[in-house]
Design a protein around this ligand. Structure first.
Ligand code: 5GP
Ligand code: MN
Ligand code: MN
Length: 221
């Protein structure tokens, strides 16, 4: 199965060249400001892509999916072959997929929770037999390093790590050992990494300045 992974298009989806494939995965931050109209425009665009199956999770910018879930989900539910996952799962040609939007709290954004037990409880919902895990944010230590001068100064001042991913997600992913984990959120972490038999993909299309500079990541499962 050819899986095409994108994330963090932030309303720039029309500028992204998406290769054809069996399954298209979008790991959240489909919008910049998160209105229902923004979600609708994204839905119109993704509907025109040829992939027979599409999986979408929300990101912390996608407010409408949290605040106006009926209207925002309705926009996505009109897209043939698209499944919106929010702490829920589905199957794609025998592949067991789970999706979740939650990220560790950072300023004030949608779908965020404090680090620790609140996030841990969300990851406990992930079934043990999951093959493909789609989340908005990275696990701690994997393609989760923030860049730029300001974060470095802040980290030096507070001895905080530059790795800002979720530690309980690292543990959950290790326990479940899916074949593939797809996320975005930390745009600077764009890339692919194999660890303990799992392929991790940070599919952020936008860079830290919200410019759509990266390519879709293709994984064969
Ligand atoms: P977004 O606003 O699209 O969710 O994230 C964009 C950028 O904000 C990331 O690439 C990263 O530079 C920064 N960012 C997001 N979440 C965090 C976080 O939890 N900690 C830090 N230090 N930076 C973050
Ligand atoms: Mn983003
Ligand atoms: Mn994000």
């Amino acid at each position: 199965m050819k899986v095409v992974c994108i994330s963090d298009t932030h309303g720039h989806h029309e500028k992204v060249a998406v290769p054809d494939g069996d399954l298209l995965v979008h790991a959240g931050d489909v919008t910049r400001h998160g209105t229902v109209d923004d979600v609708g425009r994204f839905a119109t665009w993704i509907a025109a892509l040829p992939h027979p199956r599409k999986i979408v999770v929300a990101g912390n910018h996608d407010w409408a999916l949290q605040r106006e879930p009926q209207a925002a989900r309705r926009a996505l539910s009109g897209v043939p072959g698209l499944t919106y996952l929010e702490d829920s799962g589905c199957e794609v040609d025998g592949l067991k997929v789970w999706g979740s939007p939650w990220t560790p709290r950072f300023l004030t954004w949608a779908f965020q929770l404090p680090r620790g037990s609140a996030l841990h409880r969300r990851w406990q919902l992930i079934p043990d037999d999951t093959d493909l895990l789609v989340v908005h944010g990275p696990p701690k230590g994997i393609l989760d390093r923030v860049g730029g001068v300001l974060p470095k100064l802040a980290a030096a001042a507070t001895t905080q790590s530059l790795h800002v991913g979720c530690a309980s997600l690292t543990a959950a992913a290790k326990r479940i050992a899916p074949r593939l984990v797809v996320f975005g959120h930390i745009h600077e972490g764009y890339g692919i990494e194999a660890r303990d038999g799992t392929t991790y993909v940070n599919a952020s299309i936008c860079n830290a300045r919200y410019r759509p500079v990266n390519e879709a990541v293709v994984v064969h499962l």
